[in-house]
Design a protein around this ligand. Structure first.
Ligand code: DOR
Length: 425
């Protein structure tokens, strides 16, 4: 039995209960036992959170753990530890593994491995199509039975509209969302970075915003037709955000996520043929960032998800066109997002809601809250601590971030999952 833990003097922020106040929080038997202005110390372990924010553990709707199949890039164990260091207590992993997560055995493998090796809760996402091939549907009922939280062929859109419509209709029986990577490859094929001035300067083929917008439009039409829940993965464009806004206004069941890198970096990060800034969808422009922030503020975009996509150094140390897309994102998420708070671009409470209660609603589980009686999943961070990103210290195997050597302000200090201290930074 772990001893009760009292987190004292923190600034407790829990958007699920509209709480933003200084106080103490007591954890007992893996649950939140009480939350008050001042609690007696009794016989408890104490964590002094003076000057720190105490909030629900972050929930990441979108990451790549690479296991099974690509264990040189990441494993469920290394990814789980990196997630904890980033302040996450629940992560949803994408099925573009080898073999892809498209049946009971592969989903059970993820659950079993995570139970043994990951300090954070791992919730797998199953494929929409068998083998992620876009041809026939995966066993969606079996996947639902095994505990997936949604379906996605992330990395690719389901290009056959009729097949996606069928998937949407089946998904209604299970109440789970279709999580769509929105990219029309007939528009993006061969593209390396955002279509625009930087691509022209570098002589690289561009990926137009329309590649994303065309699929978002089509998917909205299919969601309307089927009544299914549609979740748009990593929206990156002004036009995409606008389409989602209009669909929400019409009552279509659509939610969306945006990544920290699409909120904080532009296409210029790729100058110098910097492959660590090569990501899909590509980093866009300041105008897109403004629109995505606006989308977070007005509720068009529900959640922030990392799209943590680890690759080996050798994978990325290649000529630009041959390097894979992806940014390792768990361990820099909070620091880069806090930059937006320090710059006055988003409010701290809003940021925390997009990392906790909002993704919890999409996952459909009782998570992302500090309510008394809830599982004690808690993140403690210092909003003002400055630190320099050093990928040599990453717990993730993926060192592929354009932020290496950059100074960030905002640092995870402690993470508790199910009442257990899983990270102490
Ligand atoms: O940059 C990306 N990397 N975007 C994706 O959609 C897939 C991901 C990966 O699996 O590496």
């Amino acid at each position: 039995m772990t001893r009760p833990l009292l987190i004292k003097n923190g600034c407790i922020i829990d958007p699920s209960q509209n709480i933003d106040k200084k106080g103490d929080l007591l954890i007992k038997d893996g649950m939140i036992a009480s939350l008050d202005d001042k609690l007696s110390q009794a016989d408890y372990d104490i964590f002094d959170a003076q000057g720190m924010v105490v909030c629900p553990g972050f929930i990441d709707l979108h990451c790549h753990l690479r296991e099974p199949g690509y264990e040189d890039k990441e494993t469920i164990a290394s990814g789980g530890k990196a997630a904890a260091a980033g302040g996450f207590t629940t992560i949803c992993c994408m099925p573009n593994t080898d073999p892809p997560l498209d049946d009971r055995a592969s989903i059970e493998y993820v659950f079993k491995t995570a139970a043994k090796a990951s300090p954070v809760r791992v919730l797998p996402i199953g494929c929409i199509t068998r083998g992620r091939e876009g041809k026939g549907l995966a066993e969606m009922g079996e996947l639902a039975d095994t505990g997936v939280i949604g379906y996605s062929d992330d990395g690719d859109s389901v290009m056959d509209s009729n097949l996606l419509l069928k998937a949407m209709r089946y998904s209604l029986a299970f109440g789970l969302p279709l999580i769509e990577h929105c990219e029309d490859k007939s528009l993006s094929e061969g593209g390396q970075i955002n279509e625009g001035i930087t691509a022209t300067r570098l002589g690289l083929q561009g990926i137009p915003a329309a590649a994303e917008e065309v699929i978002i439009s089509r998917d909205i039409a299919l969601a309307k037709e089927s009544g299914a829940r549609l979740h748009i993965a990593h929206v990156s464009t002004r036009g995409g955000a606008e389409l989602i806004r209009r669909a929400k206004e019409k009552g279509i069941k659509i939610t969306a996520e945006v990544t920290p890198h699409h909120l904080t970096l532009t296409e210029e990060a790729a100058l110098g043929y910097y492959t660590n800034a090569k990501v899909n969808p590509p980093l866009r422009t300041e105008g897109d960032i403004k629109a995505l922030i606006e989308g977070l503020k007005d509720g068009t975009i529900d959640a922030i998800a990392t799209d943590h996509a680890p690759h080996t150094e050798n994978d990325k140390r290649r000529e630009f066109a041959l390097a894979p897309f992806g940014i390792s994102g768990f361990e820099t998420a909070l620091g880069s997002l806090m930059g937006l708070v320090h710059d006055g671009r988003i409010d701290l409470n809003l940021l925390i809601s997009k990392l906790t209660v909002e993704p919890a609603k999409i996952v459909g589980k009782e998570l992302g809250t500090l309510k008394v009686g809830a599982t004690a999943d808690i993140t403690v961070f210092n909003p003002d601590e400055e630190w320099t990103v050093d990928t040599g210290k990453f717990l993730s195997k993926g060192k592929n971030t354009p932020l290496n050597g950059k100074k960030l302000k905002g640092r995870v200090k402690a993470v508790i999952a199910g009442g257990k201290l899983i990270y102490n930074g």
